[in-house]
Write a protein of this length. Structure first.
Length: 325
């Protein structure tokens, strides 16, 4: 679900079949250098644990009586005081109004994405929502072409279609078993699409801002976005029971630690490798749903899962090898 650094030069374009360039839309970024082996290991470990912690949030939300939009609302606002104090104390001269506005597109996409995805886990099955979310790297492949001049080959397109067919099998199997819901599936799809936009805007913003500044800004914009969404949906703002409060705090802090680990891993492992490790998220959510929420995986869903993971894993592996060579 992350972008690879760099852009394709004219020589590489002649060697690889791809769609026409969109130079007027391209954002050129500096190519990352080689990463030492010990640093890569640190990146793999931190990234893996980060994805596992983030995936746990969807399991908690799916089993909660608190509205998904309320969960997302508090997840954004609870982080603001801690990050804000750090930025004011350490980097107050750098975080100005202009930099705050730079965070707006990413924050709006992030807030909309997590709000819709959390909501979808309460409408459709957690397994359906989790597997639909595994399609996010495919959306980012196409965004990376239009905005970052990444190459898109025939193998990328073929494997994307293959993985999408697996997700279709999962959705249809969930509907036939009564464990899925088409509306929830569509909400999840909209959520991951907006989430892909977040990564595109975040990549651009992080060329100008530090991680703490960026996280402070986009969490505030995320909160601004989620507040009217929550009010329109008629969701309760305050927790009604001790269990609700515990779940809200868990959803705010557990994925928060996961995001810190992911940010740490970005300087250690290549972005293509981080993209492969993202597949830990739907795996974690699906296994957790089976273990703790009494969900089930039918043979048809199992087939769909295998197709999705094989398609995404192969696509990510091929792209990482392409970048290395």
């Amino acid at each position: 679900m992350l972008f690879a650094h760099g852009y394709v030069n004219a020589t590489n374009l002649r060697k690889c079949q791809r769609w026409p360039r969109r130079d007027e839309l391209t954002i050129h970024t500096e190519t990352s250098g080689s990463v030492p082996e010990n640093k890569i290991k640190e990146g793999i470990i931190s990234c893996s644990f980060g994805y596992v912690l983030i995936a746990i949030a969807s399991v908690i939300v799916s089993d909660s009586e608190v509205h998904g939009l309320t969960m997302a609302f508090w997840r954004s606002w609870i982080a603001v005081p801690v990050l804000g104090l750090y930025v004011v104390y350490k980097q107050k001269r750098r975080f100005n109004w202009q930099n705050f506005l730079v965070c707006a597109p990413a924050g709006i996409c992030f807030g909309s994405a997590i709000g819709l995805f959390f909501w979808s886990t309460q409408i459709t099955s957690l397994i359906n929502a989790s597997l639909i979310s595994s399609l996010q790297p495919l959306i980012i492949i196409f965004l990376s072409y239009f905005f970052f001049s990444e190459m898109v080959t025939k193998s990328d397109v073929g494997l994307s279609i293959f993985a999408i067919s697996g997700a279709v099998i999962i959705v249809l199997a969930g509907s036939s078993e009564g464990s899925g819901n088409l509306s929830g599936d569509l909400i999840a799809l909209l959520g991951i699409t907006l989430g892909s936009g977040y990564f595109a805007f975040a990549k651009k913003a992080l060329t100008k801002l530090g991680v703490a500044e960026f996280m402070t800004g986009y969490f505030i914009w995320s909160g601004f976005t989620l507040t009217p969404m929550m009010l329109i949906a008629g969701a309760e703002i305050m927790p009604q029971t001790q269990r609700d409060l515990t779940q809200i705090l868990a959803v705010a802090f557990i994925p928060g630690v996961g995001h810190i680990l992911l940010n740490y891993s970005q300087g250690k492992a290549t972005l293509s490798l981080i993209g492969i490790l993202q597949l830990l998220m739907p795996v974690t959510a699906t296994v957790s749903a089976v273990l703790f929420l009494e969900a089930n995986i039918s043979a048809i869903k199992g087939l769909g899962m295998c197709i999705v993971f094989f398609g995404l894993g192969t696509s990510s592996y091929i792209r990482s090898k392409r970048i290395e060579t």
